[in-house]
Design a binder for this molecule. Structure first.
Ligand code: ZN
Ligand code: ZN
Length: 370
């Protein structure tokens, strides 16, 4: 099933494997600080699987952790976990999709059938963090083609009027960022502080706004990110370089503290500050990935008597999650395109990694075109 109908998007190179070599270009991880674009076999769709031709992908902070050797994956793995593309091959057992359809697949690809999935813990499919497969346990998205497992549960159609750029960030950072306010059950009129305005924090800011928070306070010291936080829905942005953000947040909430504090960096300092700005009974919603040891300071935790809730969330995935996020974009509730600050070809992706890691030139997210 490799013949395809004509793709509407004239800019897309629908068949890059025109010569029928059976090979594609992909970014392969060979060990810490050792990645390269190489030719590897184009995957074939087995039972329940779909091969999509990737038309747009991006680089995540998690990929940088992999590159630095801070998160171990096997040598030889194609990395990346965010992909928009066109269905190229449909394996047996997948129904209701057609070759040539434009689809979005989440970074997290739950099987939809295991106990964790059926218990509603999609991201923990099959075991701890088990929903994260692309560029972790199976080949990922920084490639011309991507093999999608459990495709029936994971492919969301993209409406014709939406571009790849409008939806690519839904796969991971938007789903993750928005989930912070969903997991904290933000109520209409709540006050929410979001610590760190990197790509995920910016999406968390947008998510707090979407969930009906009355006051969204961003915390960030980088000037470009401070400005972007306003654009994504922050009412106030405080810089830790310019004063005591904990005191300032208390002041902004009339001394009460915020209903929800979102941690979007993964450090002891931001975790502690998030605890310190909470009202009694408030919720700390943690998105950061921590390393080493994380400790809970007793005073802001009221020695365990403050009715504080601490919740964590791994990026929600699956086609229904992606469909809902696409609806938000389609109906103009959120526009993530400003976060895509740079574009690179897949052939130059190592330069894109260098830029993304350096945080030069106001970079937030890089769009990668295979
Ligand atoms: Zn990611
Ligand atoms: Zn599962």
């Amino acid at each position: 099933m490799t013949t395809a109908t004509l793709n509407r998007d004239a800019k897309s190179t629908f068949f890059s494997d025109k010569r029928g070599t059976g090979l594609m270009r992909a970014l392969v991880f060979h060990g810490p600080n050792n990645i390269a674009v190489e030719r590897v076999p184009i995957p074939r769709a087995g039972y329940g699987e779909v091969v999509m031709q990737v038309t747009l992908t991006t680089i995540c902070g998690t990929d940088v952790h992999i590159l630095k050797g801070e998160y171990p994956v096997r040598s030889g793995l194609v990395i990346g976990h965010e992909a928009v593309g066109v269905i190229h091959e449909i394996g047996p057992g997948v129904t209701g999709y057609q070759v040539g359809e434009r689809v979005l697949v989440g970074a997290i690809t739950p099987c939809g059938q295991c106990n964790a999935c059926l218990g509603g813990e999609w991201s923990q499919c099959g075991g701890p963090i088990g929903g994260w497969k692309f560029g972790n346990t199976i080949n990922g998205a920084q490639a011309e083609y991507l093999l999608v497992p459990s495709a029936q549960a994971n492919l969301a159609r993209i409406p014709d009027e939406l571009t790849d750029e409008q939806v690519v960030l839904l796969a991971d950072i938007a789903s993750t960022g928005f989930s912070a306010s969903e997991s904290a059950d933000v109520q209409l009129g709540d006050s929410v502080a979001v610590f760190a305005q990197g790509p995920i924090g910016l999406c968390a800011t947008a998510g707090a706004h979407l969930k009906g928070a009355a006051l969204v306070i961003g915390v960030e010291s980088d000037l470009a990110r401070m400005a972007m936080a306003k654009r994504m829905g922050a009412d106030v942005v405080l810089s830790p370089k310019e004063g005591d953000v904990v005191a300032e947040i208390k002041k902004l909430t009339g001394g009460r503290g915020v209903d929800v504090a979102i941690e979007a960096l993964g450090t002891q300092a931001t975790f502690e500050n998030a605890l310190k700005v909470l009202r009694p009974g408030g919720t700390l919603s943690s998105l950061g990935v921590y390393s080493g040891k994380l400790s809970v300071p007793l005073e802001p935790f009221a020695a365990g008597l403050g009715d504080i809730k601490i919740v964590t969330t791994l990026c929600p995935g699956g086609k229904e999650r992606m469909r809902r996020l696409i609806e938000l974009v389609q109906h103009g509730r959120v526009d993530l395109r400003p976060l895509l600050t740079h574009t690179f070809l897949l052939d130059n992706i190592t330069e894109a990694y260098e830029l993304f890691t350096s945080r030069r030139d106001g970079v937030l997210k890089v769009a990668i075109r295979p």
